[in-house]
Design a protein around this ligand. Sequence first.
Ligand code: ADP
Length: 553
Amino acid sequence: MPENKFYYVCKYTPLEMLSGFGAEAVRLDVAPANFDCADECSHPNLCGYGKSVIEAVAAQNIRALILTDCCDVMRRVYDVLKARGTLDFLELLPLPHKRGSTESKLFADALERLAQRWAAYSGQSFDSAVALSAWENGRAEAVQAQINGPHISLTGAHGGKLLYDTVTSRFRLPVTDDTCTGRRELPPCASGKSDAAAFYSVYAPALLGQARPCLRMLDCQGRATDETAVGVICHTVKFCDYYSFEYRNLKANKEVPLLKIETDCTPQSAGQLHTRLDAFAETLHAVSEKVASSGPVHYAAGVDSGSTSTDAVVMDAQRHILGSVILPTGAGAAHGAEQALTQALAQAGLSRDELDAVVTTGYGRETIGLSDSSVTEITCHAKGAHFLRSSARTVIDIGGQDSKVIRIDENGNVRNFIMNDKCAAGTGRFLDMMARTLGLTLGEMSALGLQWKNEVNISSMCTVFAESEVVSLVADNTSTADIIHGLNRAVAGKTAALAKRLGGEPEYIMTGGVAQNQGVVLALGEKLGCEVYVPAEAQLCGAIGAALIALGD
Ligand code: ADP
């Protein structure tokens, strides 16, 4: 006898109807470590969600799965799973795009066919009274879980439990799961009809008429952001067109602060995701833990534990920099941070006990363990940049492993930001690798790049392919200065595109280690059509911002 249990993905799956068969419903919610199986048997352009469904079926002992034809990806997932033939029960439920009477009738017929197949598979019979009571119970639970006060709306493409829990852990406010597989709330059952024949005709329009429809529905007004949402996080998955449209629509509404995040439905890139979420929480003043310092602060330190350098700054209450150090991060971030702080304190002539507050920032901010207060690089660079140049309105920070563009207001608060951290392109790492290929130090490469004569185009932004291009140019006797200029322009082009996407506006200030490469700065100014200011303390900017926050700014 097959088990009376099925897995599902879509919120239009008729859970209540299947409860009428006594079936147990399990939402397929997995974040696989990789897509080994999916990559073997499906098209590479399938989105991460589709691939994660294939992985889950391969990895778990799933016997019955109900999919809906909600998008092309789910249709392809169905094809792949059908061809693999490992499931005993696999259904692709046709889902109309509208809630009209014809569509409801079609859907009711489809539900009835599914019910017949489930009866044949499970050997159970349908009890409409049980289904109706599951409907009412589900509704009561959904109504009870409603959040009416200030909250964060997590919307867009499926993110699952992993993303929901991650977002919840970073914000002080409650979070509603408004993603495509999130909140499921059916309207009340209008009729008390409990005979099986009538059930489908009342249930089909109710299932289609959920309070928060899928974006695939022609009428998706119900997806409008709740008035009580103080911030919206829009999740997209590569190759998911529908929810990219949702982002575009949300962007048009300038009233509610919006953050776009992209994942591939795996736990990869968790560090970068935390930085984005924390920075957004900081701009909304909704961080789960806030910097707290008790008593007056006479001396404070900021430590920026980056991917490439670890920087420490010690400041007094008058905002004078008493000590500052930049060290390579190396293998042990915690050890490097400790060393940087010790050296900065020695420069300042202070002992550790004289420090009243320490704020950490950077990629290793939460792991280096120097303080209880950590703030993202985004907020720290904004604060630091405002301190170094109060007229700056857009900060461009190019560090070792990512680049960021941050719009700030006249007080140094973050208005908006964008990050590129998906690959080395457009970051310091790209330039570091090219310097190695050319056999130059960073200082030599920066100086030589200013002596260019002819423009050379480096068309590949992928570090590996760009390296091959550089090797070919060297073989063609292209001058090293021209090659470096081509590389600088490639990095500048990528960064300028980020700045334009964010709506950056002058005055621009550049921070981070790459600001020391004057060729990149000049090329960036050319692409942006305006001057880019570089402070002498560019690489220390994050640590300066952290020290300012430690002082209470
Ligand atoms: P992170 O904060 O990620 O550790 P940084 O802001 O310290 O990164 O920037 C590191 C990058 O700065 C390096 O990858 C390198 O490309 C660039 N950089 C560091 N020193 C120099 C220099 N003297 N000249 C040119 N570029 C430099």
